[in-house]
Design a protein around this ligand. Sequence first.
Ligand SMILES: *[C@@H]1O[C@H](CO)[C@@H](O)[C@H](O)[C@H]1NC(C)=O
Ligand SMILES: *[C@@H]1O[C@H](CO)[C@@H](O)[C@H](O)[C@H]1NC(C)=O
Ligand SMILES: *[C@@H]1O[C@H](CO)[C@@H](O)[C@H](O)[C@H]1NC(C)=O
Ligand SMILES: *[C@@H]1O[C@H](CO)[C@@H](O)[C@H](O)[C@H]1NC(C)=O
Length: 350
Amino acid sequence: MNMTLFRLCALSVLIAVVSSAGLKEEFTWTILNYIWPGTDRRVEERVSRRQIDNVFEDPNISVEAFVTRDAPEGVEFIPENNIPMGANVWKNKLFITVPRRQPGIPSTLNYVPLDSPNRHNVPLIPYPNLEINRYPGGRQNFLSVYRVAIDPCDRLWMADTGLIETPGNSSQVKASMIFVIDLNTDQVIHSYEIPTSFMRPASLLDSITIDVTENTCDDAYAYLPDLGGYSIIVYSLKQNRSWRVAHNYLFLENSQGDFNIHGHRFQWNDGVFNVELSSIKPTGFRDLYFHALAGSHLYRVSTRILRNETLATRSFHADDFQTPSCAKEVQERVTTCRAVSSSWRSSVQG
Ligand SMILES: *[C@@H]1O[C@H](CO)[C@@H](O)[C@H](O)[C@H]1NC(C)=O
Ligand SMILES: *[C@@H]1O[C@H](CO)[C@@H](O)[C@H](O)[C@H]1NC(C)=O
Ligand SMILES: *[C@@H]1O[C@H](CO)[C@@H](O)[C@H](O)[C@H]1NC(C)=O
Ligand SMILES: *[C@@H]1O[C@H](CO)[C@@H](O)[C@H](O)[C@H]1NC(C)=O
């Protein structure tokens, strides 16, 4: 995205939830801030006592108490560079990701308590802690995350791009990785490096979608679209193995690359940013729906194909990938709002 547009988006960001009546505003930010040791003595005490969830209920601590540019030793913080990208809810936590697309991002995975009485400029709490979110850090540190997924087994999954995307200098600092966190214990319970042979020069694994039920927690599959490598990477938790699925439907549509967002005109070449799963069909498998960000057609493929490495990686796919005939209405809605990848989630599932 070009910088002017990016700054515009940064001026005012809101997180909204979909309700039958439309969008309901939940939280707003004009600038992001974080809670870390040293923010405020009273906050620090509660963090160390793990009572952070109700810190905002204390009438003696004003929101202003959190607003500081002073980061702990070794943490670079440039508030205006911090732009939220993903939002997911689990119990009382609203997870908010801040990918490292600029310098000065202290923490890429964070949350705010959903029931916070303050709704504006609520500071983010690094999750599960600031240490694991630090950069520079080791291979097991969280580097840059766009989207997380929360599964019915109380696990948070995330795709770490491994990229520092400073404008003009996008740099693969470590391998793209999958992390799985047990939300009940706040522990990283699994990590997996995507083989570099699956990656292309413009690869970016920005989202992750989990195929699992609460009865099959150990046999989960993760689907990670590669928006610059025009593929989907499938990961099997049970096999601890991944494979790369390629198909021309995963490319951008070259006639659909011109964007005009509120008068900002630019050409963009993103493939699939996010995928969505149907409910389980009588066959025992789901359908996976996708479309390129720079595209106007919706496609689907059965997870019966994706979950079987042999079928998923065969060179001729026959009719494995289809344009859903039943989805004319969805198709039209996708065309109208193709710049907002997630907007068709409800129409696909509904
Ligand atoms: C807030 O401060 C007042 C005055 O110091 C004190 O009596 C009260 O207990 C404090 N409230 C909380 C929730 O700590
Ligand atoms: C590019 O980014 C990497 C990772 O942040 C950094 O180590 C390197 O110094 C940067 N190079 C330039 C020319 O700024
Ligand atoms: C999963 O595979 C990765 C990479 O091949 C390996 O480093 C890791 O130890 C494996 N994890 C388990 C639980 O087998
Ligand atoms: C994958 O598909 C192939 C070809 O249809 C089949 O022979 C094989 O049994 C399948 N593997 C699994 C694990 O279902």
